[in-house]
Structures are given as C-alpha cells and as structure tokens.
Design a protein around this ligand. Structure first.
Ligand code: WTA
Length: 659
C-alpha cells in the first residue's frame, strides 16, 4: 500500500491530505524513478532551457535541423520555436515507424459504439490510408496552407483525415461531431475552410443516425469558402450528395494513388486550429504550429503516461477537443503507441462499458475526465466489479480538478490501489500537459495536479501582478516562460490573443486559472478566476464550495454560482445532483449546508440549494456557469445560446425547479 500521512493545510481546500507515494513496482521501471531524478532534470531544464528543449525535439525526425531553438518575447507577444527546422508531423507519427521496421505494430484499436464492432489498423495500414486520403484531398484541390474542416464522430477515418491533412501541410480544424450546423458555420467561416470532411450519419449510445452530412449541407450555403465535401460512409443511411461538390471517401481513396510524399513543413508552419469550448463569448481559434507542438506532445506523452513499447493506451477524449489531438493522435503516435479509440459513451449498453473495453483490449494506461468518473461512480461499484481490470497500470485525469471522492474511487475501485493517478493540468492553449505527477516519482495528493513538468515555470501572482514567492500562497496562475507547445496566436485575431493572455499580467502568460501552491509547493487548481464569488467581502472559489458539497455522502455533483443579495452583496446558489437512489429532502439540504460550514466556514454556506437531475455542461464536460447564474438570478427569459450544451433539455427542468 502507498504511504499514508496526514498533513494539516492552512488552506480550506484539503482539511487532511493523504499522500500516495509511488509504489516500488511503478518506480522500478519508470522513465523517471525518484524525486531526486525529477529535481535534477527540472534544474537542468531551467538552467539550460534551449539545450533541454533541443534534446526533446530529438524525439522527432527532422529533415532539417533548426538554426535556433527558441525566440520568444511575452512583451511583444511573439513566440517561435525551432526556427528554421523542417519536418512533417504525419511522417513523424506514421512513416518513420514503418521505415524503422514497426509496420506490423498496432496503431489503432477502434472500439465501435456497438460492442460487437472492433477494427484494428497497424502502422503500415495507417500509412497506406493516410497516403491515399492525402491524395484524395489533393484531388479536391487541397494544398499546403489551406484549411480543412473535419466534422466527424470517433471513427478511424477521423484519425486518418487529421494525419492526411498534416501530411499535405493543410491546416485542420476539427469541429466536434455533435455541434450544430450553426456552430459549424461560425467555425468554418472564421478560418475559411475549403473542404469539409464528414460522415453520412453517426451513432452514439442509443442514438442512431445522428445528422452529420445533413448538418454540413445546412452549413455549406452559409460558408462561401467551402468548395468540396468529402463523406465517409459510416452507417449507410441515405444522404443527399450534390454533384460536383460532394464525393465519397471510400471511392476517392480507392481511386487515389497509394503513395504521397509528405510535404516538408517549417517548424512554425501551422498544424491546426482548434476552437476552444466557448463557455463564454465567441469561440477562439487556437493556432498551433508544427515543430513545437509535436515536440511537446511527444515529450509529455512519454513522461506523464510513462509509455513503454507494447502498452495499450486508451484516451476517452473526443478528437474534437485538444485532449484528443494531443493524447489520442499526435503524442501517442509520435511515440509509436497502440491507441484505443472509442466511438461510444460510458453508459451504453450499460454502465460497465468503459470497464468492459479495458478488459477486452487489456488496456494498460487509461486517460479520462472527472465528469465521466463521477457519472460512473454514481452507479456504484458493481459495474467495474464485473470486469477484469488487472491490465491497468496507470490512470489519468484531465479537464477539471479531480476531487477527493472520485479520486479515491478511481484509485480503489478501478486501480485497485495499484495504479498511480496522473491528474494532468493543461489547456487547449498550452498544447500539452503542464502540471502533473510523474508516475514513478511524484508523491500524489488527491486533488492536486502536483508539480510542473521539466522546463515549465508556473508562478502565482496576486491581483496586482506581484509574484508571490514561497509556498502556501494563493492567486492567479501564470507562466513565466514559453514552452514549445504554446499556442502562437488566435487565428485571424492576434490582438485578441494579446488581450486574453498577456494584458492582465504584462510579460507573462495568464492561464485564467486560480491556484494555491501549498506548503509543499504542490499546485491546486481552484478553478477559473472568473469563478470567484465575493460573499460579504470574502473571496470564495466556486470549486472549493463544490468540493465541500461533494463531501456529503448523498451528493453526486454540484455547481455553485452567485446571485445578488441585499446584505451580503452576493450569496451562493448551489445546484446539486444526488447519487442514484438518494432522495432529495430538506434533511439532505441541511446536511449539505452543515458540511460546507464544517469544511469552509459559515461564510461559504449556500443560501439556496436546488436539487437537479443534471447540470448544463458543454460537451467536454465543463459546467456552463453562465446559464446557472442566469437561472439563479432569475433571468430565465434570456439564457443565451444553449445549443453547445451536451444536453440542452436539462435547462428546462433547472428553470422549473428554481428555488
Ligand atoms: C481546467 C483541457 C484542474 C482548467 C485540457 C483549464 C483543470 C481548463 C485540469 C482548460 C486539471 C484542465 N485540474 N483544472 N487537471 N485540466 N483544467 O482548454 O480550468 O478544454 O484552464 O483543455 O480546464 O480546458 P481546455
């Protein structure tokens, strides 16, 4: 069993923190085996950053070595890495593995929505597919620098399409497959995509025939830049094909030549644009470039997931999000990993689906999001108990803080107390993981992303931008130095890039997140800083209150927002979903209130508690507080755009249940 110790924190986040040291079995074979090794590497990366990052770039194959490792300036907001270097991302993720004699290694294990459907692609097969797809795109007029919109579900052709674009030097913009036609229009027009790659219809859980091509058809008349639509046949449902504009993927690939040389790209040529989730305002097109991004994805995948040849790795994220870009395609494939890609959902055909897939493919490394864990934890332990999870060696989490209850469940019930949990903090903007435990080295505190990776320089600053030195400090999380995976600009709107990330604290990159660096120097992300509520003059982080509410045994999930209060200025309104089988009652309400008082103090106790069936979330699982705020404030007639919600119907029941 891992070491166990109690630490009294002076911050209200953890009242007592258990520390889980890496097991000897994990450390013995890890890429980084001790904290001494971690500190040594981190010190070298700080002392000689260019030498360190040059070494990391050595993970890739370059057709021309860079002249200069880095040239960045956070005051001028100009960021460049590996200047003058030339490479191709697809070549690095596919071709070189085949050339090195690993063509027979499985690249992709695809698990369909229906448990009977599985497909496997070796690196050699992937190589052939991407070349044909690249030639098919060329035939449609796609050239280096053109933008291509990929609007698909989680099918193997999605990975092929992404890599085929990279091969040609076309900039892909993946739009999550469940977005509406309107969301598609905004994103296509912002980046001026020439081609849409989509599929006939999709399947997801019990939903059959999800409109995909039909949405592309709705979007096309409003997107003047779109010339062609390439359509993968997934379900065989009938769709309208417009002559001259639309063509079938399978026909185009069959007709295409099987050989296509990868385009030689500059390190700073764009690789992709990815629109951020858009929980507020117009979506921003985060632009990532080729050399730095791929180096960073490859580097982080190697260390954080501690990947070894032969491991089967599964990332449940959709390629529509950055996690799917960096840790389903680019990072793992640059490391020649075997990756599981899953078309379905965690609760179809039943709540044991994730665990069944792990047993079926003998998954060793599993990366998912706290929102999925909470949803599954709520259904109890009997689902995972029905499947053999003994192949698991490492568990990962991303997207939001993983709080203690779900952390312990993940650790005990899924990982059987054997597997380290890497809680990885990062952003679309950072390209890859920034703060995370290293599985063989870092003693883990549940709920903390722990320590920065090598070469990453987080700082905590106060409202005025003063750097808070030492430990046990709270403030805004900024990054003092660039790293290769950093986004370079907001596509088509550099001033917005400067304003959003570099204006508030000049000379630094502002993450938008609040954090606490605890007495041991560990980082605890307390949520977006715009998620701070001021009640009677106290700054209260929504994440902290939610964490405290989550300690009540009946609670599955909570979201809190502010609403105006005559005396306190603001008061706290909590939306709470209960575990299956738990009934809402005044007693539970009282219990929750007491829990928050106990953990955080009376100032943080919610004024109102509304029990809800579900919370309004974006499809990447982020709670849209903007909607909850309006409901809490009573402005229910104007909830704004709710079309990007995973399930827009929850809004109605939230409005009717208003306290
Ligand atoms: C939050 C997802 C706490 C954070 C890769 C960040 C997290 C935002 C964690 C980025 C974590 C992500 N602990 N918070 N491990 N991971 N976040 O762009 O607020 O979809 O700024 O990228 O998610 O979300 P994005």
């Amino acid at each position: 069993m891992p070491a166990f110790q109690i630490m009294s924190g002076s911050s209200p986040i953890p009242t007592a923190v258990r520390v889980f040291a890496p097991t000897a079995a994990t450390s013995a074979h890890a890429h980084v085996r001790s904290m001494a090794d971690y500190h040594a590497l981190a010190a070298r990366a700080l002392a000689q950053p260019d030498a360190f990052w040059a070494e990391q770039a050595g993970r890739l194959s370059w057709s021309r070595t860079w002249d200069k490792v880095s040239a960045w300036d956070f005051n001028q907001v100009d960021i460049k890495w590996y200047l003058g270097g030339k490479l191709n991302a697809c070549h690095n993720c596919v071709d070189r593995h085949v050339a090195d004699g690993h063509g027979a290694t499985t690249a992709l294990i695809w698990e369909g929505n229906d448990p009977a459907e599985t497909r496997r692609l070796t690196y050699a097969q992937l190589h052939e597919q991407v070349q044909r797809a690249a030639n098919a795109l060329k035939a449609l007029g796609v050239r280096k620098g053109d933008r291509v919109c990929i609007y698909m579900q989680m099918i193997p052709e999605l990975a092929v399409a992404v890599l085929a674009c990279a091969r040609l030097g076309a900039v892909h913009s993946v739009v999550f497959g469940a977005f509406s036609a309107d969301s598609l229009v905004t994103r296509i027009n912002d980046s001026g995509c020439k081609v849409i790659i989509t599929q006939d219809t999709g399947v997801r859980g019990p939903k059959q025939d999800i409109a995909m091509k039909a949405n592309a058809d709705l979007a096309a008349p409003k997107t003047p830049s779109v010339e062609k639509i390439l359509v993968v046949r997934r379900t065989g449902s009938s769709v309208t094909m417009q002559a001259g504009r639309d063509s079938w993927w399978h026909e185009a690939l069959a007709a295409a030549d099987a050989e296509c040389a990868p385009e030689v790209m500059d390190a700073e040529d764009p690789l992709f644009i990815l629109y951020t989730s858009g929980s507020t305002g117009k979506p921003k097109g985060a632009l990532h470039t080729t050399g730095g991004y791929l180096t960073y994805a490859a580097f982080t995948f190697h260390y954080v997931f501690d990947y070894k040849p032969g491991d089967v790795y599964w990332c449940t994220a959709d390629v529509g999000w950055v996690t799917g870009h960096s840790y389903l395609i680019y990072g793992p494939m640059a490391n020649r990993a075997t990756v599981v890609m899953f078309e379905g959902v965690p609760n179809y055909p039943d709540y044991g689906r994730f665990w069944q897939v792990i047993a079926k493919h003998k998954v060793n490394l599993f990366y998912t999001a706290p929102t999925a864990l909470r949803a599954l934890m709520k259904e109890g332990d009997t689902w995972p108990a029905q499947h053999d999870l003994s192949s698991l060696r490492l568990l990962g989490s991303v997207g939001e803080p993983i709080k203690e209850p779900e952390w312990l469940w993940y650790h005990n019930v899924i990982g059987k107390a054997r597997c380290p949990i890497v809680d990885t903090w990062w952003q679309t903007e950072t390209g890859g993981i920034m703060i995370s435990p290293l599985p063989g080295a870092t003693p883990i505190k549940p709920g903390s992303a722990t320590l920065p990776l090598f070469g990453i320089q987080p700082q905590v600053v106060d409202e005025q931008g003063t750097v808070l030195e030492g430990n046990d400090v709270r403030g805004c999380l900024v990054l003092a130095a660039s790293w290769p995976g950093q986004m370079r600009t907001v596509y088509g709107d550099h001033p917005r890039f400067v304003d959003t990330y570099f204006k508030r604290f000049p000379g630094k990159y502002f993450t938008g997140d609040g954090c606490w660096r605890d007495p041991d120097g560990y980082y605890w992300i307390t949520g977006r800083v715009d998620d701070i509520i001021i009640v009677s003059g106290h700054n209260i982080g929504t994440a902290e209150v939610e964490g405290a509410i989550g300690q009540h045994p009946a609670v599955a999930e909570a979201a809190v927002v502010a609403f105006p209060h005559d005396i306190k200025g603001n008061a706290i309104y909590a939306f709470v979903t209960l575990k299956t089988g738990q009934a809402a009652s005044d007693e539970v309400r009282k219990g929750i209130n007491l829990k928050v008082r106990d953990i955080l103090g009376p100032h943080a106790a919610p004024e109102k508690i509304q029990f809800a069936e579900g919370l309004p979330k974006t499809r990447s699982g982020k709670i849209m507080r903007r909607i909850l705020r309006k409901i809490a404030e009573g402005h229910v007639e104007d909830l704004g755009d709710i079309s990007t919600l995973a399930d827009p119907t929850v809004v109605e029941s939230l409005v009717s249940g208003r306290q």
